[in-house]
Design a protein around this ligand. Structure first.
Ligand SMILES: [Zn+2]
Ligand SMILES: [Zn+2]
Length: 301
């Protein structure tokens, strides 16, 4: 393990899409830098992945949402409710601050109503402080969303389709280190212009075989909201990250494109190294860049 000081630590808790998949949960990324801890997105199963990584659910009280597709925030209700329980696995000591595009106020209000039955029981049992089960909404726009303790998180507006505006990627800066995560987007010039100098650039990708499109015409609608392998290759070629990674692989059934065809198409545009992300990979950006898969036990318990 590198010295914690001046190291930007990223845990890819979930690297998946809406398809229920035990190996790739909804998107969720823990950012740790100095004393700061921020969760970006909170897709399905985030609380399970937090637990697997040894993080109590109260490890952070700050969540930033990139956009409002379910695979990026459906886990927030579990985190909100289960996080209030005063047990070692949980123990959040206050409300959950959630930063989101416009609409976050509705989610906060809806969550307060939806969680009431559980809250009333636990309050009557003297188990929890009801205010801990509240989402405090914060609306953000493009630019700096979080700037504390040397950790800066910058929202970059991207293009995820005309009915999903705004949608954001994030540039994370700490101690001279830079991590960029595209979240969900088509090929996007604004992201390219703000992703320069990245130590690690994680980008989504989507592709469908002609067999899939023939059998499942709706696959094309989904694919049109994302970046093709060749487009992702162009993004990496233009931004030249030290390490390029793929996540959020939209490879739709019934005949999903094999990953080696995705990487071969990407290689037509980019000749650098590309790593395919998996859930619970830990990335440490310090003196060097270290990527540790879960089965190596990146986090001591
Ligand atoms: Zn998504
Ligand atoms: Zn999306």
């Amino acid at each position: 393990m590198q010295s914690i000081q001046n190291t930007l630590k990223i845990t890819l808790l979930g690297t998946g899409i809406p398809n229920p998949d035990i190996n790739a949960f909804g998107t969720s990324t823990m950012i740790e830098a100095g004393d700061e801890r921020v969760l970006i997105d909170c897709g399905r199963g985030t609380v399970i992945r937090l637990s697997q990584m040894g993080f109590p659910l109260g490890h952070t009280d700050t969540v930033i949402l990139s956009h409002y597709h379910s695979d990026h925030y459906s886990g927030i209700f579990d985190l909100l409710m289960t996080g209030t329980i005063q047990q070692p696995f949980s123990n959040r000591g206050g409300p959950l601050n959630v930063f989101g595009p416009p609409g976050i106020e509705d989610i906060a209000e809806g969550a307060w109503i939806a969680t009431r039955p559980d809250r009333d029981i636990r309050v009557a049992d003297n188990e929890i402080d009801p205010e801990h089960m509240r989402i405090v909404p914060h609306v953000y726009v493009e630019g700096i969303v979080y700037d504390r303790g040397g950790l800066k998180i910058i929202a970059i507006e991207v293009d995820h389709g005309e009915f999903i505006r705004p949608a954001y990627a994030f540039r994370v800066e700490y101690a001279g280190h830079v991590f960029v995560h595209s979240h969900d987007t088509r090929y996007n010039e604004n992201l390219i212009s703000q992703a320069h100098g990245a130590d690690v650039f994680v980008h989504e990708v989507a592709a469908a075989t002609s067999e899939t499109i023939a059998k499942n015409p709706r696959a094309k609608i989904a694919i049109d909201h994302h970046a093709t392998p060749r487009e992702v290759g162009r993004v990496f070629a233009q931004t030249k990250p030290k390490l390029a990674m793929l996540t959020h692989l939209v490879l739709l059934p019934p005949d999903p494109m094999p990953i080696n065809r995705v990487t071969a198409e990407l290689a037509e545009e980019y000749d650098g190294m590309v790593l395919v992300a998996e859930d619970m990979m830990t990335i440490e950006i310090g003196k060097n860049i270290t990527v540790i898969p879960f089965h190596h036990g990146a986090r001591p318990r």
